[in-house]
Design a protein around this ligand. Structure first.
Ligand code: GAL
Length: 735
């Protein structure tokens, strides 16, 4: 969303801007006092987090101090004259701000606060002080001191435009916000005009619905408004078509100053067509298991329920639960076992030939499922895993192959049992029951540990207990282990050969041997952020996937860097059984704690994210709260043609074939002889792209078919001009 202001008559507020401050990693309430001596503190940029600026590792508390002269002329330049504002930007994770020793604002919670630590890292801080407050020393030196607490990496202030101090003008406090009206039958956007100030504003609010592709205005609503002030917003509802890519533009012309503020919002849009009521198979027709290992697999079939899923020629040793399509049993002898599965409901019947390949390889296609980290962080509980699994089934995600239910960090007790086995904390009453229940639904059970003494979240790791832990996982029915370097870094730092690749391989090889002694297939997921080019040796430790980068967050910068920049050279390393892992999906409600919010990626960015991850043959682990899935997110995650690219049994990851300014074209060959093509616009402006001009370079001359994968529609083979929005994609399959 872009909020821009313009005006002819309005006074432009004067501002003071600070890009650096004095800083010290410590905690002492005395730092709030203006007289505190900060001469020996370091100077730190406030435009980026403190990590990487020479601040000690694992800093929790830090103080920033800004010394400033606040001129009275700031007041004269304002046509509002209400308050002095401090714009501190977002802060990782909680803060308290003091002006000359007086507390002027606080966001998030520090561990000693009532209710304990609560991160508010993404909230931009704007603290107001009344102009007549004694805390302000006009035309003299003032000290703004900011106490910060960071619960985890990264930490501190990060306000790219710098800390801004000003006496706002009338128009400055205006806010325009957009939300989907939950109660409305037809998709409706509520545009709310508000103000952060006490002075009432009046003027004209205009809301337009625009088709960005044709630049046509489809609907305009104009309203005269008055009395808009803090706590007294006004709103306008505008209906729109959910199946189209649209923009909603709102502008407010303030009467007295003549200034206008405007903002553009992109509402969510659903391209994935509704699934037919008759049964349709959505999962790949191939599954790998090791000889004698228990098989847990759920046939992914969409369509109306009730539905019966059966097979008349199942290999000996296997059975299907007809009510949920859960396949179980085991096969001792290596080989390929092919049989026909039939799904039938009141609306029709579908059949699929299915092969189980019993041999040394598992994960013949990338894993699909859910992981607790991006939503619950360390607050994950057994109940949350169960309710998420139920939602996975109820909302139909299991019908599209999402099967792994993975507990991330936060399940271990502080102490091992007396016999050295790992103990679970009070949030997980019974891992065995959880595993059994997931398996009865045809789902899979995943867990997390570290080769070190402690996990990243400070829970017990597996060091010196690797075999015992692998045995516990086996006894609970674990099907997936994410093994996260974290605490191992401390041990590694002391090893004499820590410059060698062997030193990075060692802890992972050790656990691999322990896992392979277990009589079950445990997907082995390496998480060490790509150190020592893990993609070059991941297969050698029989890892099924390896994280290639640090953690993803729900911003374009993070997703762009991880998806487009850091995967570009990794194509050769992915293959059936062994996948590059660019981290979990950041769609839906995420938050890394108990406080969830909608992903900050725009709808276009989310289409890009899923398109790219499917092209990359990436693990498809959903990171949001499944109980709160909306139709838009379900559309993103449950498009059978899009997912089929990710699950293609050829298992060849996409390569970036074209990079032409902001246009990137990534393609991957598919097992049916066609090619999946993602045409991405990574730039900040929408583009019209003529795909035709790249055909020769891509070896695609003489196209016989072009299919839009999101819309599931055939497109012209001659007119290949596409509109691609900012950070958006056109995802096609060509022959
Ligand atoms: C990080 C890891 C995350 C999550 C977290 C748990 O190192 O990359 O995905 O597992 O630890 O503490």
């Amino acid at each position: 969303m872009l909020l821009s202001a313009s005006g002819m008559l309005g006074l432009q507020a004067q501002t003071l801007t600070f890009k650096t401050a004095r800083f010290k990693a410590m905690d002492d309430p005395a730092c709030a006092a203006p007289s505190y001596d900060d001469k020996n503190w370091q100077t730190l940029k406030v435009t980026q987090v403190w990590d990487g600026q020479g601040v000690p590792e694992n800093t929790r508390y830090g103080w920033y101090r800004f010394t400033m002269r606040i001129p009275k002329s700031l007041v004269e330049a304002s046509d509002l004259k209400e308050c002095l504002e401090f714009h501190l930007g977002p802060i990782d994770d909680a803060d308290e701000a003091y002006l000359n020793g007086t507390l002027i604002g606080k966001t998030g919670k520090m561990p000693s606060d009532e209710g304990g630590y609560h991160s508010a890292w993404s909230t931009p801080r704007v603290y107001q002080v009344k102009l007549d407050s004694k805390a302000i020393r006009w035309d003299e030196e003032n000290v703004l001191a900011v106490r910060c607490y960071s619960g985890n990496h990264p930490g501190g202030m990060f306000v790219p435009e710098g800390v801004v101090v000003k006496v706002p003008s009338r128009i400055d406090g205006t806010t325009l916000s957009f939300s989907r009206k939950p109660s409305a039958k037809e998709p409706t956007c509520t545009v709310q005009l508000g103000s952060t100030h006490q002075t009432a504003l009046s003027g004209q609010l205009t809301v337009e619905v625009i088709d960005p592709e044709t630049e046509q205005t489809l609907n305009t609503i104009t309203r005269k408004v008055s009395g808009v002030k803090a706590g007294k917003p006004v709103s306008v509802d505008v209906p729109y078509d959910l199946s189209r890519m649209l923009q909603i533009k709102a502008s407010f012309k303030e009467k007295k100053s003549g200034c206008t503020v405007a903002s553009i919002h992109q509402p969510q849009y659903i391209l994935t067509p509704a699934a037919p009521a008759a049964p349709r198979f959505n999962t790949p027709a191939l599954y790998g298991a090791r000889p004698g290992s228990p098989i847990h697999f759920r046939f992914g079939v969409s369509g109306e329920r009730p539905m019966k899923i059966t097979s008349s020629n199942l290999p000996a040793g296997l059975s299907i639960n007809p009510d949920n399509g859960a396949l179980s049993g085991s096969i001792a002898k290596p080989g390929g076992y092919t049989f026909t599965v039939c799904a039938e409901n009141a609306k029709g019947k579908a059949e699929q030939k299915f092969t189980i390949r019993v041999g040394s390889k598992i994960a013949l296609t990338p894993p699909m499922g859910w992981n607790s980290w991006n939503c619950w962080g360390l607050s994950v509980t057994q109940d949350k895993v169960i309710s998420s699994a139920k939602a996975l089934i109820e909302k139909g995600l299991a019908d599209y192959g999402y099967a792994y239910m993975n507990i991330d960090d936060g399940w271990e007790a502080p102490q091992r049992n007396a016999d050295g086995t790992i103990a679970v904390n009070e949030k997980f009453p019974s891992m065995k029951e959880l595993g059994d229940w997931l398996h009865s639904e045809g789902l899979k059970f995943g867990i997390y540990s570290s080769p070190g003494d402690l996990t990243c979240g400070g829970y017990l790791g597996s060091i010196d207990h690797e075999l015992q832990d692998a045995e516990s996982y086996n006894s609970w029915g674990v099907d997936y282990l994410k093994y996260d370097w974290c605490g191992y870094g401390r041990k590694h730092a002391t090893e004499p050969d820590n410059q060698t690749v062997a030193s990075f391989v060692r802890p992972y090889l050790l656990m691999e041997r322990c896992l392979r002694q277990q009589p079950r297939d445990i997907f082995y997921s390496l998480c060490q952020y790509g150190m020592a080019d893990v993609w070059k040796w991941g297969e050698a430790v029989d890892a099924n996937s390896w994280r290639t980068t640090g953690d993803i967050t729900d911003t374009w910068t993070s997703m762009y860097d991880i998806g487009f920049v850091r995967q570009a050279e990794l194509q050769p390393y992915a293959k059936p059984g062994h996948w590059n892992d660019p981290d979990m999906l950041i769609v839906g409600k995420v938050g890394w704690s108990a406080n969830l919010r909608d992903s900050r990626l725009t709808p276009d960015e989310q289409y890009t994210h899923i398109s790219l991850w499917t092209l990359l043959a990436s693990n498809m682990l959903i990171g949001c709260d499944l109980a709160q899935l909306d139709d838009f997110t379900i559309g993103l995650l449950c498009n059978n043609e899009v997912n089929a690219v990710n699950q293609d049994i050829l298992g060849i990851q996409a390569k970036r074939d074209i990079e032409d300014g902001d246009i990137q074209i990534w393609t991957r060959p598919l097992s049916d002889g066609s090619r999946a093509v993602g045409i991405f616009n990574v730039g900040a402006e929408p583009m019209r792209v003529d795909f035709g001009k790249y055909l020769k370079q891509l070896g695609l001359e003489g196209l016989s078919s072009v299919r839009d994968l999101w819309r599931q529609k055939d497109l012209s083979t001659t007119d290949l001009r596409y509109y691609i929005p900012t950070h958006g994609v056109r995802y096609i399959k060509v022959k």
